[in-house]
Design a protein around this ligand. Structure first.
Ligand code: COA
Length: 329
């Protein structure tokens, strides 16, 4: 039998644009209040790129930080996988722009799309490349400029989203932050409740698509909310049981940051204390693919965990897609 390896996250980095869009700023633009946004979402502010900046600009900074953290040279990277729903353009892939700018000249490069669940999808692909022995070093990126696809005249969606990037280096296990497991799920029957309808082959960009604002995120918030809570509970239970663990064995849950009420409702139904879930949505809003790697970078930098702690990552997004992973810190 071929030798199989274990995979670890050997370096983490993140990058957020400097510009802050607060609830007070949104109040000046829309019919809304700080109280409504805070109570319904948990969000106080989010980061927004300057005009002219693209997803790869954020991704490159996060990638360089992750490489530095892992003490890996760009020339040592074999593969770059970027999860994003806001690529710089439809093609070439954002991963190719990252490859060129960081000088990862020996790497293959491609993007994946699984919306907010995408970083864990990309991590899962990276893990399998490592355990098969075919690849030694993978740069996994979650990066978004959601401000570029957000309709700032629609108060029910524009309050939610922000920009940012996170990156992880995945290599053969060094015993730290070992990726124990990843689980991927999807339900295409619910595709229309969270979508960006225009700009693809089905509805190419035209004057009509711009007039109807179909080039912006369209969200049926209430429907997404209900499914998100149930899926988060279900996936947490499945993930621990498939790995012969109990929920008490998990030291920290790192959920995709989409709405604090989704996270709190799931924690309550699982009979878990709120503190068991990592939260930073108040500062960044929903950054889709970037939310999980930004969170794990903050957790690492704040030294919140000890070696051996079990961390459960869980994410949910358009598609619908959802995903989970257990990392042994
Ligand atoms: N400020 C003030 N009022 C607002 C508002 C805002 N920013 N946005 C919506 N409202 C109003 C609505 O117009 C509605 O008014 P009405 O009752 O007079 O019709 C009322 O608030 C309730 O709107 P509703 O959409 O039912 O609110 P909600 O409690 O479902 O919250 C979301 C809306 C979007 C915050 C919530 O549904 C949500 O977070 N959904 C999940 C979204 C998500 O995370 N998507 C990504 C998944 S990865």
């Amino acid at each position: 039998m071929e030798k199989r390896y274990k995979a670890s996250i050997t370096g983490i980095g993140s990058f957020l644009p400097k510009k802050i869009l607060t609830n007070a700023d949104l109040v000046k633009m829309l019919d809304t209040t700080d109280e409504w946004i805070t109570k319904r979402t948990g969000i106080k502010e989010r980061r927004i790129v300057d005009n002219g900046a693209a997803t790869s600009d954020l991704a490159i900074e996060a990638s360089l930080r992750a490489l530095d953290d892992a003490k890996v040279l760009p020339s040592e990277v074999d593969l770059i996988i970027t999860s994003t729903i806001t690529p710089d353009c439809l093609f070439p892939s954002t991963s190719c722009f990252i490859q060129e700018k960081i000088g990862a000249n020996n790497a293959g490069a491609f993007d994946i799309l699984a919306a907010c669940a995408g970083f864990i999808y990309a991590l899962s692909i990276a893990k399998n490349f490592i355990i098969s022995g075919s690849t030694k070093t993978v740069l996994v990126v979650g990066a978004e400029c959601l401000s570029k696809i957000t309709d700032y005249t629609d108060r029910s969606t524009c309050i939610l989203f922000g920009d940012g990037a996170g990156a992880a280096i995945v290599q053969r296990s060094n015993g730290k932050r070992e990726i124990i497991t990843t689980h991927l799920f999807a339900d295409g029957r619910q595709a229309d409740i969270l979508t960006l309808p225009a700009g693809g082959s089905k509805l190419p960009t035209s004057h009509e698509t711009v007039d109807s604002r179909s080039h912006y995120i369209q969200l049926k918030g209430k429907e997404v909310f209900k499914i998100a809570v149930n899926n988060m509970i279900d996936v947490i239970i499945k993930t621990v049981s498939k790995n012969n663990m109990k929920i008490e064995d998990i030291d920290l849950i790192v959920p995709h940051q989409s709405n604090i009420r989704i996270i709190e409702a799931a924690m309550e139904k699982l009979n878990l204390p709120k503190e068991k879930a990592f939260i930073n949505i108040d500062r960044y809003g929903n950054t889709s693919s970037a939310s999980i790697p930004i969170a794990i970078d903050e957790i690492e930098k704040a030294k919140m965990l000890k070696p051996g702690n079990m961390v459960l990552l869980v994410a949910f997004g358009g598609g619908l897609t959802w995903s989970s992973s257990i990392i042994k810190w």
